[in-house]
Design a protein around this ligand. Sequence first.
Ligand code: NDP
Length: 477
Amino acid sequence: MPTFEYAPAPESRELANLRTSYQMFVDGKFVDGAGKPLKSVNPATEEVLAEVATASPDDVDLAVRAARRAYDRVWGRMPGAERGKYLFRIARLIQERSRELAVLESLDNGKPIKESRDTDVPTAAAHFFHHAGWADKLDYAGYGPEPRPLGVAAQVIPWNFPLLMLAWKIAPALACGNTVVLKPAETTPLTALVFADICRQAELPPGVVNILPGAGDVGAALVSHPDVDKVAFTGSTDVGKEITRTLAGTGRRLTLELGGKAANIVFDDAPLDQAVEGIVNGIFFNQGHVCCAGSRLLVQESVAEELLARLRTRIATLRVGDPLDKNTDVGAINSREQLNKIIELSDAGDAEGAQRWTSPCPLPERGLFFAPTVFSEVQQSMRIAKEEIFGPVLSVLTFRTPDEAITKANNTPYGLSAGVWTEKGSRILWAAQRLRAGVVWANTFNRFDPTAPFGGYRESGFGREGGRAGLEAYLDV
Ligand code: NDP
């Protein structure tokens, strides 16, 4: 395959309007928190980007009170058509400030600019547009006439899609008439604070949205606050279990979007080149920091050798490096902690006897990077087949019959997503009915749309986000 030299094509860092310090957003105002400020780091260089104020337990209480006041006095009573106007305004402001948000997201998270620019930010805007349309049509959503909101929603989100997860959480909550206190992840708080500025620009009534940066203790204080009516969490299964224990018996509503170990199944009649693109997208999109990543490739034995050869050739062309370069395919790993976890699990793959192949791509000399990696000869008992690596590491298993494929695919405590590659429509439907996964993609992978409900089974959590089904999580039905 010919190789092409690329000239650097960096997006300008100036577009991010990066400031040296950021404040929390409570009751419509930017304020200092009483917590110890955190430093947000650019994972591509390990330089400090900005200092960010964090919340103390008293600040959590102030924010929940502000959200309660806004719910009781303004937002919970406002007609849906009026709420919808605010959501439309927010969606348009996200579009207007899309370059700023994309560059800031890539700086803070490490994801390639082409992903933040073409996926994260436009999909975040789409979630607000979609839910703006629902705000005055809730009577027709199938939950009975005049469905009521729940009240104050406490929302805790992870670092892999900072702005997009915020949109998944805040847009349906506001559309249904709830107010929100949201905690972004400790390592990626910046776009949430620009979003707070967008709420201010949109003249959203004070207290409807509150953003509290901080570490896990702020999340824990928020979800256990007695005046919160609903908790929505996306993150690790361990923290999800802890939150479930905290909320047990309180009667408060909870939805959890947790981890995954998705099977991407390639049958022998699949269009192989198309499947290769889907596999690459499934595991290397966003450095593999994706809860629904296709991290287990199940390939039919008769085509395994050919598919793996084509896959390695394709992966070797992926460009790993500066997230702000428009040519970059795989960016930086979000934190040293996450990089260490990826290294540890990959080493476990070696120790347990899997065959490691690493892309020969050059890596930047500094920053947190991990070359795209494929393990073949993986057995179901190995840690790399069972545990969520959350990095650019693919585990390849083989199967002989369709039944074996389904059994292996479902042999996981998770159940978030799956992929099926085959020419036969009947086989797609057959497989989709048997796969215990909230989302099954057919001849594609990692497709997200605000109209499509997303969520898991078993240790991947419960509740749905997006579409009509996602409204239920924010309505008293
Ligand atoms: P966490 O579940 O710890 O973090 C998710 C969010 O929850 C963050 O905002 C975090 O704050 C917050 N949090 C942490 N502890 C608590 C608590 N006790 N109560 C309430 N909120 C809390 O995930 P990590 O970022 O630590 O990642 C660990 C692993 O989890 C990853 O390696 C990956 O396997 C998996 N993961 C899965 C995700 C998914 O979408 N399914 C997303 C992220 C991670 P803080 O940022 O300060 O830790």
